[in-house]
Design a protein around this ligand. Structure first.
Ligand code: NAP
Length: 253
């Protein structure tokens, strides 16, 4: 009798663990459609495989400057490229951005800041995503869950800034965070089941970071894409308009 009970408990634990592994709750299935803007980038180009791996879909539209001539700082260019799309997308990603523009790297002091560089960062990292959100959110599903994820950066957090430096990049990311928050509140009024978030992908080995990553712990783009998907999969409607990092922790503004 005792032996039988021990065997039953053992079998129960085995089955339970198996079912936990097998049934991670997925919020999308293989019918979901994804749209990636900035698909030529390190992180953007790694997302399709991660989406396919988690949800089993390859209905993924990839758009980039290199392939499609999209210039996110030009509204006509955005309208033109997006006019080729139709239907709804369950998952929309904005993965564009720049740290070094026109050969100028991040500033170490405000004395290195120039009007040209600050403007250039606002063009690519703030205006670009703002125009994209303006023209992309209409593709979110009307009657089911949809998620618009915009990659920003933890260094755009004002509350979390204890190091200084990188003033143009930081400021352009802080500004885009406000744009994401503000748009998310409006998007929710039109798309009741949609969520729009700002996401810090972690330090990732891409072209953007290659000169600056140094000894800072970093991950491969493939891993970053998996991390992003895992966070997105767990989001609730109450997470709309928030700023998350790659591990699912909320980042202060
Ligand atoms: N890597 C990191 O450690 C890290 C950390 C924090 C935040 N982030 C953020 O994550 C995002 C993606 O970074 P990443 O590391 O994947 O960068 P990346 O490999 O350098 O890719 C940047 C992407 O942005 C596109 N892009 C830049 N300017 C554009 C413009 N004017 N019009 C259209 N597309 C433009 C590039 O297009 P083309 O290549 O086609 O020209 C490329 O697809 C950025 O917003 C970045 O700030 C990255």
């Amino acid at each position: 009798m005792v032996l039988w009970e021990i065997k039953s408990i053992y079998i129960y634990i085995l089955l339970k663990s198996f079912s936990i592994v097998m049934h991670k709750t997925l919020n999308f299935d293989s019918n979901c459609r994804a749209l990636i803007i900035g698909a030529s980038g390190g992180i953007g180009s790694s997302l399709p495989a991660a989406i396919d791996r988690l949800y089993g879909t390859n209905d993924i539209v990839e758009i980039s400057r290199s392939t499609d001539g999209l210039d996110i700082t030009n509204e006509e260019s955005i309208k033109n490229v997006l006019s080729r799309l139709d239907g709804e997308f369950d998952l929309i990603f904005v993965t564009t951005g720049a740290l070094e523009i026109n050969g100028i790297g991040p500033e170490k002091t405000i004395l290195q800041m120039t009007p040209e560089n600050l403007r250039a960062h606002f063009e690519v990292n703030t205006l670009g995503p703002a125009l994209l959100i303006k023209h992309l959110h209409k593709f979110l599903p009307k009657n089911r869950r949809g998620i618009l994820t915009v990659l920003t950066a933890r260094v755009g957090s004002i509350g979390d800034n204890y190091l200084g430096g990188w003033i143009s990049y930081r400021t352009s990311k802080a500004a885009v965070n406000q744009i994401i928050r503000t748009s998310a509140l409006e998007i929710r009024n039109k798309f009741k089941q949609s969520i729009c978030i700002a996401m810090h992908p972690g330090t990732v080995k891409t072209k953007l970071t290659q000169k600056y990553v140094g000894k800072h712990p970093s991950v491969e783009p493939k891993q970053a894409a998996i991390n992003i998907l895992n966070v997105i999969n767990e989001l609730n409607l109450s997470d709309n308009g928030k700023f998350f990092d790659w591990a699912g922790n909320q980042v202060e503004w």
